[in-house]
Design a binder for this molecule. Sequence first.
Ligand SMILES: NC(=O)c1ccc[n+]([C@@H]2O[C@H](COP(=O)([O-])OP(=O)(O)OC[C@H]3O[C@@H](n4cnc5c(N)ncnc54)[C@H](OP(=O)(O)O)[C@@H]3O)[C@@H](O)[C@H]2O)c1
Length: 112
Amino acid sequence: APYGTVIEAWYPLGHGDKGLLEEPVFVALAEKYGKTPAQVILRWHVQMGTSIIPGSKNPAHIADNANIFDFSLTEDEMAEIAKLDGTMTYYTATEEALAGYLAMRPDFDAQE
Ligand SMILES: NC(=O)c1ccc[n+]([C@@H]2O[C@H](COP(=O)([O-])OP(=O)(O)OC[C@H]3O[C@@H](n4cnc5c(N)ncnc54)[C@H](OP(=O)(O)O)[C@@H]3O)[C@@H](O)[C@H]2O)c1
């Protein structure tokens, strides 16, 4: 925190998992705010202070994903979403993978 470092969501939309996008809490909040479940999920990330880079090849989704700054989830809604925590993971770190990340030495000086 003293350096302004934030956590990045690794798969902020769970690879577009239908089960996630159809979670009743996201569907209900999407209806309430006139948004899509994906937008509610991305808004939740932003309010958590998490950095998000959602992947999409669909222009309509890309536009939707940037259009999440005209509504706010309430504290109660954030708490309701938090209850889902732990039901599903979209990335499992292995010792090997973590060692690989630690060993990465990108050649930043070679970049223009
Ligand atoms: N740094 C790394 O080495 C590394 C490696 C892997 C992954 N990542 C992170 O992974 C993320 C991208 O990975 P990902 O693409 O698998 O995961 P994701 O962002 O969780 O999900 C992308 C999926 O969600 C769908 N989607 C996107 N916007 C949507 C919307 N508004 N409504 C409905 N569906 C939507 C996309 O389909 P459409 O194309 O049809 O929209 C796509 O299938 C990035 O955050 C990236 O930083 C990073």
